[in-house]
Design a protein around this ligand. Structure first.
Ligand code: CMC
Length: 391
C-alpha cells in the first residue's frame, strides 16, 4: 500500500516554494522580499509595501506614481454592487458580508477572470487591492445602518478608508493624521505572513484554476476563524471580560486549567516575540495618546496580562509570546471600530498578500493542483445490507 507522511496541521510540510515572505520563528524575524517588517512599518507606506509584495522590488518614484494612480482608479464599485448589500440582514456580521461580497466580484468583473492572461491577473490584483477598502467600509456602514460614503480619490489609501467608514455624508470629515498613519501601519503589519491558513486556502483554491476573486473569498472565510484572524476580536472580548488588573490571576488560572486560551498569544511559527506585536504595541500607545485615552483601563489590563504571562512557567515552557493580535484590538477600538470590524480590517490588509501569493503560484511552472493524501482509518470493505434487513 502507499505510504504517506502523516502531518496533520502541516507542522513540517512545505506546500510551495516562495520568494515573498521569510519568517524566522525562533528569532522573531519577519522579512517581506528581504525587508524587515519594522523598517517597512516605520519608513514605507501600505501601498508601497503592496507594490513590493506584488513585484518583488521597491518601486521607483515613477513606478510608485503609476501604481498609486492605478489603485486609485479602481476604488469605485459598480452602483449595482451597492444594491447587492441590501440582500444581507442588517445585523449580519461584517465578515459574512465580506465573504459574500468579495466572492460576488467575479460576477461583476468578468473581464479579468482569465487566469492564464498576465494582464488580466494584474487587473484583478489591482481591483482587489483598490476595492477592498470600499467593500469593507460598506460592510461597516451597512452594519451600523448609515448610508454609504463613496471613495474620495485625492486622499491616501488609509485616509480614504477611514473617511468611508466614519464620515457621515454631507458633513466635512477631518481625520487626525496620527490615526491615518496608525491605520496605514496596521495595514502594513497584516499585509502578508507566508503560508498561514488563509493564504494556504487561497493557494489551494487557486490551484484548481478558480478565479482570483473566488480564491480571495475562500481566504476571507478561512481568516474568520478565532484561531486565525478572528483572534483580534476574541482578544479584545477577553480583555473586556477580565476588566481590571486584579482579575488577571484568576484568568491565568483558567488558561492553565485549559478552560480557555489566552487570545493574542502563541503562534505556530513564532516561538519568540512576534515582531509585528512590538510595532503594534507602539501604535497602540500613539493611537491612545491621539484619542486622549492614555489611561484606557483595557490597555492597563493588556500590559499587566502580558507581563504576568511572560513570567509564568506555563507560557515560558510553551514559548507563548504576544502575537500581532494582542494589541491590535485595543488600537482599533480606540480608532472607533467595533470588534466585529477587526477581522475585516485584517482581511482588507491581507488581500495583497493573498493575491501576491496566488499570482506567484499561477506563474510557477511547477504548480500542480493541491491534492493532499490521507491515512484512511475507516471501515474495511463490506457488503451492502438492504434497509429491510438491518437490525
Ligand atoms: N493560550 C494558552 N495556551 C496556548 C495558547 C494560548 N494562546 N496557544 C498555545 N497554547 C498551548 C497549547 O494548549 C499547547 O499546550 P500543550 O502542549 O500543553 O497541549 C501548546 O501551547 C502548543 O500549542 P498548539 O495548539 O500545539 O500550537 P499551534 O501551533 O497548533 O497553535 C495558535 C497556534 C496560534 C492557533 C495558538 O497559539 C492559539 O490558539 N492562540 C490563540 C489564538 C490567536 O491568538 N491566534 C492568532 C495568531 S496570529 C494572527 C494570525 O495569524 O491569524
Amino acid at each position: 500500500s502507499d505510504a504517506f507522511t502523516y502531518d496533520p496541521g502541516f507542522t513540517s510540510t512545505a506546500s510551495c516554494e516562495s520568494k515573498i515572505t521569510f519568517i524566522d520563528g525562533d528569532q522573531g524575524v519577519l522579512l517581506h522580499r528581504g525587508y524587515p517588517i519594522d523598517q517597512l512599518a516605520s519608513q514605507s507606506s501600505f501601498l508601497e509595501t503592496c507594490y513590493l509584495l506584488l513585484h518583488g522590488e521597491l518601486p521607483t518614484a515613477a513606478e510608485y506614481e503609476t501604481f498609486e494612480n492605478t489603485i486609485t482608479r479602481h476604488t469605485m464599485l459598480h452602483a449595482q454592487f451597492d444594491r447587492f448589500f441590501d440582500g444581507f440582514r442588517r445585523d449580519a456580521h461584517p465578515m459574512a458580508v465580506m465573504t459574500g461580497a468579495v466572492g460576488a466580484l467575479s460576477a461583476f468583473y468578468h473581464d479579468s477572470l482569465d487566469i492564464h492572461d498576465a494582464q488580466q491577473r494584474e487587473i484583478s490584483a489591482h481591483r482587489l487591492i483598490a476595492k477592498m477598502p470600499t467593500i469593507a467600509a460598506r460592510a461597516f456602514k451597512y452594519s451600523v445602518g448609515q448610508p454609504f460614503v463613496h471613495p474620495k480619490n485625492n486622499l491616501s489609501y488609509a485616509e480614504n478608508f477611514l473617511r468611508m467608514c466614519f464620515a457621515v455624508p454631507a458633513e466635512d470629515y477631518v481625520v487626525d493624521p496620527a490615526l491615518v498613519r496608525a491605520m496605514d501601519r496596521i495595514f502594513i503589519l497584516h499585509a502578508d505572513h507566508e503560508q498561514n491558513a488563509s493564504t494556504s486556502t487561497v493557494r489551494l483554491a487557486g490551484s484548481s484554476g478558480a478565479n482570483p476573486f473566488a480564491c480571495i473569498a475562500a481566504g476571507i472565510a478561512c481568516l474568520w476563524g478565532p484561531s486565525h484572524g478572528g483572534a483580534n476580536e476574541e482578544a479584545l472580548n477577553m480583555l473586556r471580560e477580565i476588566g481590571t488588573p486584579e482579575k488577571i490571576p484568576e484568568f491565568i488560572a483558567g488558561v492553565k486549567d485549559r478552560r480557555y486560551k489566552l487570545m493574542g498569544f502563541g503562534h505556530r511559527v513564532y516561538k519568540n516575540y512576534d515582531p509585528r506585536a512590538k510595532v503594534m504595541q507602539t501604535s497602540a500607545y500613539e493611537v491612545l495618546a491621539a484619542t486622549g485615552r492614555e489611561n484606557d483601563p483595557l490597555f492597563q489590563v493588556a500590559k499587566e496580562l502580558e507581563a504576568v504571562a511572560l513570567k509564568d512557567e506555563f507560557f515560558i515552557e510553551r514559548k507563548l509570546f504576544p502575537n500581532v493580535d494582542f494589541y491590535s484590538g485595543i488600537t482599533l477600538s480606540a480608532m472607533g471600530f467595533p470588534t466585529t470590524m477587526f477581522t475585516v480590517l485584517f482581511a482588507l490588509a491581507r488581500t495583497v498578500g493573498w493575491i501576491a501569493q496566488w499570482k506567484e503560484m499561477i506563474e510557477d511552472p511547477g504548480q500542480k493542483i493541491g491534492r493532499p493524501r490521507q491515512l484512511y482509518t475507516g471501515a474495511t470493505q463490506r457488503d451492502f445490507v438492504p434497509l429491510s434487513q438491518r437490525g
